[in-house]
Design a protein around this ligand. Structure first.
Ligand code: TRP
Length: 453
């Protein structure tokens, strides 16, 4: 493979490429599918405020930390922790590999749904329906079908595998430069359209007018989990990206730009989904189905609905592709470095094992829905475990590592480019990484376990 995630000393060719590739990794189904559904379950605006606070005070410093670890070591997660912390920190890298693997297990399933929706958009089937009940039936019929969703999931994995295997990742990178802005424009058009719908006001109030009585320890944990998931932090995926960031690039600025891009895409998705859901009468707490049941209703109100939905789902598939590539890479590089497999074989092993896991996750929503873990289907359990527990725990340990273990100078040299850039808010950032992030994350866990009353 000759993609952006190749072995060093490959570097991103420019600062713009760096931002776009990192944004391609961050912006994905997490923004357009997961953010609205989690916000809906979390009760709306109050959740969004906690989410934004988590992004600014926890997510952003953790992203900078991951970038710095990568650029300081020129390695990916396991290698970086080993190089800087010795063998006793390597488990943090392994935890990241496991997390990436489980995330892929359900992420590919949702990516499969987007592929399915792309197909029914292009075939014209989607624009045949007009009632909300029909959209609901369509979605429920899809996900519970005995083999169709598995087939689409595998189709997506297959395409993903080909992109990686044929080394067209560089091409995808180039294509992303055009597609990402296109996605952005389409999202804005859809948001305006949603806001003009009758009764959209109600959805807007849900999304933007906080009702703090809806907050609970669980909702706060969901917010931090979503922040980690959306920014692609907590498992070391961005450590690998950091190792490709050129020497002269400003890590703080890069992280800020990626964070702003990622957060605006999520926010605009909220502006699309909640007004539309209110308008057509879909419950914002509908769970993972929310976006898939709401979007067709919006498309159907536009002229040339088939064209809109086809282009939209195509872009969504591509956004999912650029995100899954980063997850796939984490596992593949681990197999290469730790098991000594050649890249080609590592890529196969990753794709095949993830294909099996995601098939099981997909079936857990249909034929296997009788089997639950703590009342959750396997699909939901994988989502919950990774986003709400494994990523924040990974982030907590990253902060402890960077803030307390790592020699201060190594971090500061990366942030200031060996003294070239001003220190600026460096002390504030160190303070966040040493105290605020770990203490807040720890408190959130305790709170959820019921220790803080
Ligand atoms: N952030 C991506 C999204 O929002 C998902 C993702 C890609 C991810 N790479 C990751 C999440 C690494 C956590 C860690 O869709």
């Amino acid at each position: 493979m000759s993609g952006p995630l190749n072995e060093n000393p490959v570097k991103f060719s420019s600062k713009l490429t760096t931002i776009l590739v990192a944004a391609g990794c961050s912006v994905g189904l997490g923004n357009i599918w997961r953010f609205p559904y989690i916000t809906g379950e979390g009760g709306g605006a109050a959740f969004v405020i906690i989410y934004l606070l988590c992004i600014i005070f926890i997510g952003h410093p953790v992203m900078i930390s991951e970038f710095a670890l990568g650029r300081a070591t020129h390695r990916s997660a396991v290698g970086a922790y080993k190089a800087l912390g010795g063998r006793k920190w390597s488990w943090l890298g392994y935890n990241g590999v496991l997390t990436a693997f489980i995330i892929m297990g359900f992420y590919y399933v949702v990516a499969g749904w987007t592929a399915e929706y792309l197909v029914v958009s292009v075939s014209g089937e989607l624009s045949k329906y007009s009632e909300v009940s029909e959209y609901k039936e369509l979605f429920n019929g899809f996900v519970s079908h005995p083999w169709k969703p598995v087939l689409y999931t595998w189709l997506f994995i297959f395409v993903n595998h080909l992109v990686i295997h044929m080394g067209v990742a560089k091409g995808l990178e180039r294509v992303s430069k055009v597609l990402m802005p296109m996605l952005f424009v389409i999202l804005i058009v859809l948001a305006v359209n949603s806001l003009l719908l009758p009764n959209s006001w109600e959805g807007l109030v849900f999304f933007l007018k906080p009702d703090f009585s809806k907050l609970s320890p669980e909702v706060v944990l969901m917010a931090v989990g979503q922040a980690f998931f959306s920014l692609s932090i907590g498992l070391g995926a961005l450590i690998a990206y950091g190792s490709y960031i050129p020497k002269g690039a400003d890590l703080r600025k890069t992280a800020t730009q990626v964070t702003i891009l990622d957060t605006s895409v999520a926010f605009i998705s909220g502006l699309i989904i909640f007004p539309a859901a209110a308008s057509v009468g879909i419950d914002p707490g509908a769970g993972p189905a929310l976006v898939f049941q709401t979007l067709p209703a919006i498309f159907n109100m536009l002229p040339w609905s088939m064209l809109w939905s086809s282009v939209f789902f195509l872009l969504l598939v591509i956004a999912a592709l650029t995100s899954t590539m980063s997850l796939h890479e984490v596992v593949t590089v681990y197999l290469m470095e730790e098991w000594g497999l050649p890249r080609r074989i590592g890529t196969y092993v990753t794709s095949i094992s993830v294909a099996l896991l995601s098939a099981v996750a997909s079936l857990s929503l249909g034929v296997g829905s009788g089997f639950t873990i703590f009342g959750l289907t396997l699909f939901d359990a994988m989502d919950y475990l990774t986003a709400n527990l494994m990523l924040p725990i990974g982030g907590l340990c990253t902060c402890i590592f960077v803030g307390w273990w790592l020699e201060r100078k190594i971090f500061e040299d990366q942030i200031t480019n060996f003294g070239e850039l001003k220190r600026g808010d460096l002390s504030l950032m160190t303070f966040l990484i040493r105290y605020i992030c770990p203490i807040t994350l720890f408190a959130m866990f305790l709170d959820n376990l019921g220790f803080l009353g």
